[in-house]
Design a protein around this ligand. Structure first.
Ligand SMILES: *Cc1c(COP(=O)(O)O)cnc(C)c1O
Length: 354
């Protein structure tokens, strides 16, 4: 499919690239493509960034039939623009679509759309250490109909946002609250997808954790509240006696691309890496026995987020004296090094935009 391009006649004023924060600014253009039953995906186009006019009865507004992705474009010191495993994001978007009964699209075409849009808005990619252009592909159900059934029409969009460095003053470990009342997702539900409703379900616990002085929530399995699942927007890894352990993918955990990359590179570097069920009791027992060396979250936003403290049912454990540990450091340096072009890319993870 051809992507038509209509360039803006009114370029926006660019923000101060030294004070971007996250998700505050959007670029000059966006990608759009429509789906109509019987026709398929059609009218792929890059157009000036614009507001949407929607009928109030549009199905996505009522029943949440929507999916999304999140990835970044990085500008290296060599000026080259790189994407990190974008094909994995497009494949995952189709996995989410399947669960939400949204039609499949051509994942390779999705990567082409991202590359073309980023190339057109390349002047928006910030240059500072740790900064990037956040890419948000998403799909919404657009039938005008209040009634619960899958929509027959959809809109696929991609928008871009220049974002600042996640870590302004070095990587400081976060304090995490182990949620023992609410759950985010259950097996058979939508936990393995990126869909709006999962995040709506998480807000109340996040708010409570923040009130108590914690940065993030660690979710336990929704049935027995025994096994560790993941952090709100990150997967989680534990280092116990030098072995890297992460919860196995079970249907309620999101299959993170940073998670997969961390596991692949740690295995490659000779670490013992295990995907299995791990109970929160085991984590606390290991911490109390002095065997819990490191805990860290993995996700596109921060790459690695070291955990310095865990609180579960009123009990607190401090991890690695609240400092970032060597394995967390290695994963962070390697992945960000490959993304920025400072390190070689032995795994073929990078897609260059020219
Ligand atoms: C996006 C996301 C992650 C991290 O996935 P990456 O592909 O590594 O960015 C982890 N958990 C949830 C719930 C997410 O939405």
């Amino acid at each position: 499919m051809e992507i038509k391009v209509e360039l803006t006649k009114h370029p926006k004023q660019k923000p101060d690239m030294n004070h971007l924060g996250f998700g505050n600014y959007y670029t000059d253009h966006m990608f759009e493509m429509d789906y109509t039953e019987g026709i398929g995906w059609h009218d792929a186009r890059i157009v000036p960034y614009h507001s949407l006019e929607m009928d109030p009865a549009s199905m996505v507004l009522h029943y949440g039939q929507s999916t999304f992705e999140g990835l970044k474009a990085y500008r290296g010191q060599d000026g080259t623009i790189r994407l990190f495993r974008p094909e994995k994001n497009m494949e995952r978007l189709n996995i989410s679509n399947q669960r939400l009964v949204i039609p499949q699209f051509d994942a390779e075409f999705g990567v082409e759309a991202i590359k073309k849009l980023v190339s057109i808005d390349r002047d928006w990619i910030p240059e500072g250490e740790g900064t990037s252009l956040y890419i948000r592909p998403f799909i919404i159900a657009t039938d005008v109909h209040v009634g619960v059934h899958p929509s027959k029409t959809y809109k696929f969009m991609i928008i871009l946002s220049p974002v600042g460095s996640y870590y302004k003053e070095g990587i400081n470990p976060v304090r995490i609250y182990v949620e023992d009342e609410y759950c985010r997702a259950v097996r058979g539900g939508m936990g393995f997808t990126k869909t709006a409703g999962n995040y709506a379900a998480s807000l109340i616990a996040q708010e409570t954790a923040e009130e108590r002085g914690y940065t993030q929530v660690l979710w336990l399995d929704g049935v027995s509240k025994t096994y560790v699942e993941e952090v709100g927007t990150m997967n989680i890894m534990f280092v116990i006696d030098g072995e890297v352990i992460t919860p196995e993918l079970n249907g309620s955990i999101l299959s993170g691309i940073t998670r997969r990359s961390a596991l692949e590179l740690l295995k490659d570097k000779g670490y013992k890496v295990t995907e299995r069920k791990i109970s929160i009791q085991e984590v606390f027992d290991a911490a109390k026995a002095g065997r819990l060396n490191e805990v860290f979250g993995t996700g596109t936003a921060a790459v690695i987020s070291p955990v310095g403290e865990l609180m579960w049912e009123g009990e607190t454990v401090i991890i690695n004296n609240g400092q970032i540990g060597p394995i967390s450091h290695l994963v962070y340096d390697t992945i960000t090094g490959i993304q920025s072009g400072k390190l070689k890319d032995p795994y073929g993870w990078v897609t260059v935009i020219d």
